[in-house]
Design a protein around this ligand. Structure first.
Ligand SMILES: Nc1nc2c(ncn2[C@@H]2O[C@H](COP(=O)(O)OP(=O)(O)OP(=O)(O)O)[C@@H](O)[C@H]2O)c(=O)[nH]1
Ligand SMILES: [Mg+2]
Length: 412
């Protein structure tokens, strides 16, 4: 990945006199994707809202294909705080990936994340950090669901219903990690840098707060209410595809432990009966003998299971093997499972005198556990690393005050 980081002012001086209410330094991370019409107004309102003596720097992490970086540069010229832009040529991880890239570069006490489209009121930034300092919380979230907050800016009842449903689903799946957070879908929050383990984060799409709360487990959380505003300018980037990414993100967070993964593996295996039986019905109706049809239909179930397991369970462990290699190994194991089950049932019945049904059930469980262990070990276990593969470090160039060249911000 090639990136450019340029700074439009001198680096921030954390030694500056502390304000009365706030003592910590702050990096304000703003992810941008084609927000040229919003950044000037955002910086203007931030300039008005932040106390002059607050050691605060603004870092835009930009994946734009428009002239957003140039608009930031222009607006930053007379901004009272240091402003930098990290432009990414490859938008790895989308919005969440952009925020994590920003977090890795922050060296302040606090990290505040907010959108560029002014749906998050800039005047609440000092309040978020102040609440954290006052209460000793590691994470302070601006919530639309606290009394005094609202979702006024969510366009239409459909968006409101989707947002509410996603919040319930997420809180139901992570009751402990999200205790005390009424709005885990919020994109406006402050977190102590000492509580962030950026290296452990694997965000997918929009829900970076969820990722932080579940993987970093901040010891203490606090909330302040906020009114979600209308977009100031430009278009929403939130699409149906983002909705699918959100579900995949939930699944990968939920299956982080081996036991949860095994349960997920079992549930996916059960769901595989549907395509298996559907294919069997189609093939036998088309006139195929039931025995070869069984074998072919089994492959439909195997393919279904493979696709779900790839996207929901082992999304973060796919890179070390080519997809054809993974599908081959997976299919081999799934079919070996069939071959192993029959003699196992025979042994249970003939040697141990078991009834056919319990023998079948025991064989199913035994081969399931074996198949799960073998799938992890033979398909998804990372190979031993050869050299530096996988440890990606991105180029970072600080050029205080250097003007941005137009070509540096174009996406390939
Ligand atoms: N760097 C980066 N920023 C992104 C990306 N996608 C969205 N953003 C930014 O993330 C913020 C939130 O995106 P929005 O499109 O406003 O999403 P939203 O607020 O959920 O949707 P609306 O309510 O319709 O505005 C904005 O500042 C976007 O510019 C991305 O892929 N990369
Ligand atoms: Mg928005």
């Amino acid at each position: 990945m090639s990136e450019d980081l340029w700074s439009l002012h001198a680096p921030i001086d954390a030694e500056l006199a502390a304000p009365q209410a706030l003592t910590g330094s702050v990096t304000l991370i703003v992810p941008t994707f084609n927000e040229a019409g919003n950044v000037a107004e955002l910086l203007r309102r931030l300039g008005d809202a932040l106390p002059d003596h607050l050691p605060c720097a603004v870092l835009f992490v930009d994946d734009s294909t428009d002239d957003t970086p140039a608009a930031i540069e222009k607006a930053a010229a007379d901004h009272p705080f240091p402003v930098s832009v990290l432009h990414r040529e490859v938008a790895e991880g989308g919005l969440g990936g952009a925020v994590v890239e920003g977090m890795k570069r922050a060296d302040t006490d606090w990290i505040v994340v907010m959108d560029a489209d002014l749906q998050h009121p800039p005047h609440l930034v000092p309040e978020l950090v102040g609440e954290g300092e006052r209460t000793g919380a590691d994470l302070v979230v601006a919530s639309r669901y606290l009394s005094g907050g609202s979702r006024a800016g969510l366009a239409g009842s459909y968006r409101i219903a989707v947002s509410r449903g996603a919040t319930w689903l997420t809180k139901g799946l992570f009751p402990r990690a999200l205790r005390g957070l009424s709005d885990p879908m919020s994109g406006f929050f402050a977190m102590r840098r000492s509580a962030v383990t950026a290296e452990a984060l694997q965000p997918l799409g929009y829900k970076i707060l969820l990722e932080l709360a579940v993987r970093c487990r901040p010891a203490k959380v606090a909330e302040i209410p906020f009114v979600f505003q209308d977009r100031f300018s430009g278009e929403s980037k939130s699409t149906a595809r983002e909705g699918m990414r959100f579900l995949a993100h939930l699944a990968s967070l939920r299956s982080a432990t081996p036991l949860a993964r095994m349960i997920g593996f079992g549930l996916i295996g059960l769901s595989g009966f549907v395509p298996n039986l559907a294919a069997l019905r189609l093939l036998t109706h088309a006139g195929m003998h039931y025995l070869p049809a069984e074998i072919v239909a089994n492959q439909a179930g195997v393919l279904w299971n493979f696709l779900l397991i790839e996207t929901l369970l082992f999304r973060d462990r796919r890179r070390h093997r080519h997809w054809a290699d993974r599908v081959g190994r997976f299919a081999l194991l799934a079919n070996a499972d069939l071959l192993l089950r029959i003699p196992l049932i025979a042994v249970f019945v003939a040697r141990f005198g078991m009834e056919v049904l319990p023998a079948t059930a025991l064989a199913l469980v035994t081969t399931f556990v074996l198949r799960f262990a073998a799938t992890e070990a033979l398909v998804y276990l990372p190979r031993r690393s050869r050299g530096s593969r996988g440890s990606r470090t991105s180029r970072q160039s600080r050029t205080p005050g250097a003007p941005a060249k137009a070509g540096r911000h174009s996406r390939s």
